[in-house]
Design a protein around this ligand. Structure first.
Ligand code: AMP
Length: 227
């Protein structure tokens, strides 16, 4: 495995995983971040942590997330800017679920210009709309390590338990059908325009998100290895 040399190199830039909810961004981001030894920054995970801890930010975000809407840009931006400024992000990082609006993308450009010489790479996960509902309603997450399963397509060996650490598998409260519909609408309206925003700058690469998780990981690693 060439993973040691890959990890030693880091990514050297920000890599943005873009795609609708259920496209596989979280699963892939965990895998690729581990391979490269860089942080995986998921704004959704950060908000869920705030909600779990009952912080002021969590209390504001909770009802918005429960409706499947987007948290206001200023709240997202102060949280992510603080995280990106930490030294463990010096060798690059993977953004999963951020940016999600054009103002967020503009603010991220500013942050990255100060930090990296290289443009970010945007990996766009292309998935059929009709697959997303199945993936999201079937999703279960390990309470301990955050490992992601799908009861239909990638079930755990023991129902309800994580293969890795035996942790309880839980369903996200926003993975209910009515909330999912709202989240997909928010994606189409507010996030989809980012595809053109980055494509027109020549920094976006499409990946077929319908392939097996292993095949998708391989495609993403190939993209990251290209100059
Ligand atoms: P995710 O885990 O990425 O699906 O995010 C879960 C929820 O967190 C979203 O439905 C939003 O309510 C909120 N959220 C996460 N990231 C962002 C973001 N970049 N901008 C606004 N809201 C976000």
């Amino acid at each position: 495995m060439p993973e040691a040399s890959v990890a030693a190199r880091g990514l050297g830039r920000a890599v943005i995983f873009l795609g609708p909810p259920g496209a596989g961004k979280g699963t892939q981001a965990r895998q690729i971040a581990e391979t490269y030894g860089v942080p995986h920054l998921s704004t959704g995970d950060m908000f869920r942590e705030h909600v779990g801890r009952g912080t002021a930010l969590g209390l504001r975000a909770k009802p918005i997330m429960e409706r499947g809407e987007l948290v206001p840009d200023d709240l997202v931006l102060s949280m992510i800017e603080d995280r990106i400024s930490r030294p463990d992000c010096n060798e690059g990082f993977i953004l999963d679920g951020f940016p999600r609006t054009l103002p967020q993308a503009g603010a991220l450009d500013e942050i990255l210009r100060r930090r990296f010489e290289t443009e970010p790479l945007v990996v766009h996960f292309v998935v059929d709309q009709n697959q997303l509902m199945r993936r999201l309603t079937g999703r279960r997450t390990c309470k301990i390590g955050g490992e992601i399963y799908n009861v239909y397509d990638h079930p755990p060996k023991v129902p309800g338990r994580c293969d890795r650490d035996g942790g309880e598998l839980v369903q996200r409260p926003d993975d209910r059908e009515d909330v999912i519909t709202e989240r997909l609408t928010a994606y189409e309206r507010q996030t989809r325009p980012l595809v053109d925003y980055y494509r027109s700058r020549g920094v976006l690469k499409d990946v077929n998100g319908m392939a097996s998780p292993e095949a998708v990981t391989k495609s993403v690693l190939e993209l990251l290895g290209q100059k």
